[in-house]
Design a protein around this ligand. Structure first.
Ligand SMILES: Cc1cc2nc3c(=O)[nH]c(=O)nc-3n(C[C@H](O)[C@H](O)[C@H](O)COP(=O)(O)O)c2cc1C
Length: 160
C-alpha cells in the first residue's frame, strides 16, 4: 500500500502550531480556517478535531474534497495535503479510533463534537521563496534566524 504521509511529514506537522483546513461549498465558494487540534493518524490519514467548526463540517457534508496546509513558521517550510474528508461523529463505530490522538490535546475544556478524518490523496511541499531564489545563502538555520527576528521571538537559551 502506498505511503502518502511519511515520517518527515509527521515531524513537520508536529512542528506546525496550526494547520489550515480549506473546504468548499456547493457553489465552489472556498472556506479556510485554522485548527490547532490535529494529528497525523497514520500514513494516509490526518485527523482534525471539530471543536468549533460548523462551516467546515457543513461543507464536508456537501463536498468531501479538502486541502490542509501545515507550516513550520520558523524553518518556513511545510506541506499541503489534498484529500477526501469525512465527518466522523461519536455514534460511529470507528469514532474512538480516530479521536484517540486528539483527546489529550483538546483536554476537558474543549469538547470535540466530531472528527474530520482526511484521507490524503496527494502531498506537495511548501517552501519559502528564498530557498529557491537564493539557494546559496538560504539554509534552514538562516531562515529560522530571520523568522525569529521578524516575529521578535527569542530562542530559549539563545541571544537573538
Ligand atoms: C489558534 C486557533 C486554533 C483553533 N483550533 C481549532 C480546532 O482545533 N478545532 C476547531 O474546530 N476550531 C478551532 N479553532 C476555531 C475555528 O478556526 C473557528 O471557530 C473558525 O471560525 C471555524 O470556521 P469554520 O466553521 O468555517 O470551520 C481555532 C481557532 C484559532 C484562532
Amino acid at each position: 500500500m502506498e505511503v502518502i504521509l511519511n515520517s518527515s511529514h509527521k515531524a513537520m506537522a508536529e512542528r506546525s502550531v496550526l494547520c489550515w483546513l480549506a473546504t468548499a461549498d456547493e457553489s465552489g465558494q472556498p472556506n479556510v480556517s485554522p485548527k490547532e487540534v490535529f494529528a497525523v493518524a497514520d500514513d494516509k490519514h490526518i485527523v482534525v478535531a471539530n471543536i468549533a467548526s460548523p462551516g467546515s463540517a457543513k461543507n464536508i457534508h456537501i463536498n468531501s474534497k479538502v486541502c490542509l496546509s501545515f507550516i513550520d513558521v520558523f524553518a518556513q517550510k511545510g506541506f499541503k495535503v489534498f484529500g477526501v474528508a469525512s465527518d466522523v461523529t461519536p455514534e460511529a463505530a470507528e469514532y474512538f479510533r480516530w479521536v484517540e490522538p486528539l483527546r489529550m490535546m483538546a483536554g476537558d475544556r474543549f469538547p470535540i463534537h466530531s472528527v474530520f478524518v482526511v484521507r490524503a490523496t496527494a502531498v506537495e511541499p511548501i517552501i519559502a521563496p528564498s530557498y529557491r531564489l537564493y539557494p546559496s545563502e538560504t539554509t534552514e538555520a538562516s531562515q529560522v534566524q530571520a523568522a525569529l527576528r521578524t516575529y521578535g521571538v527569542r530562542e530559549v537559551g539563545g541571544n537573538v
